[in-house]
Design a binder for this molecule. Sequence first.
Ligand code: GLP
Length: 252
Amino acid sequence: MFAADDVCELLNRRRKDPGGAVLGLATGGTPLGLYRELILRYQRNEISFATVETFNLDEYVGVAPDSPKSYHYYMRENLFQHVDIDMSLTHVPETFDVDLKSSAERFEHQIEQAGGIDLQILGIGVDAHIGFNEIGSSLGSRTRVKTLTQQTRLDNARYFDSLDEVPETALTMGIATILESQAILLMATGSQKSKAIRDSVEGPITASVPASALQLHPDVTLVIDRAAASGLVNIDYFLRAERNRAVASRSS
Ligand code: GLP
C-alpha cells in the first residue's frame, strides 16, 4: 500500500533522530485503511511509534474528547491505542472547555516546537476542503475556528445521531499551516471526490477550492483510486507519469 510505505519509510528514517518523525494526521473514512495497515506493520515489528509526534488537522468545537463523536476518540480507537505511541506526543486540537484562541495559538506553537510536520496526511471534502478549511478559507490561514458548511455537516452527519447534533464549528489547522509541512500525502477514493480532485489539480488556485492551494507546495503526492481520478482531463499524462515514477524508484 503506497501511503503506508511512505509513512513507514519516514518513521524508519527518523527513528534514530533525537526528535523522531512528526506526522500530521487526518480523520474521516479515507485514512482508515492506512491506519489499519500501519497497525499491522507495527504488530509485525516493521515500525515503531515510540518517538513519533503527531498533530491532527482538526477537532469539532464543543465535543468532549471522550465522546465517540470526537476526533480525539477516533484517533485513539483507530490508531493510538493499537501501537506503542507516547500519548503525550499526540496532539489533537483542544476544543472542549478551553479558550479557543489560546488553544489555536498553543497548537501552532507546539508544531513549531516539534520542528514542523514531516509528512501531513490529508483527505478531501467533496467541495475540496482540507482539514476543516472550508470554501473561502484564506490561503494564508493558520489554526483557528471555522464555521462548517452545510455540505460538510451533511457529509459528516453519518457519524452523529442526527444532523442537528453535528457541530457548527471546528478548530482546524490553517491552509498556510498545512503548506508548511515538508511533504503532503492526499488520499481520496470514490467518484464523489472526482470533481474536488479535478478542480484541485487542474483548476486555478483559489480560496473557493481550498485544496487547490496544494499546487503551491513542492512535495505533494496524491494517492487516489480510478473513480476519484475519473474527472482529470489529463488522466493519460498522470498515468504515464506514475509509471515513470515507479520505473525511476526501481532503478534508484
Ligand atoms: C472531514 C474532515 C476532513 C476529511 C473529510 C473527508 O471534513 N475534517 O479532514 O478529509 O471529512 O472525509 P472522508 O474521508 O470521510 O470522505
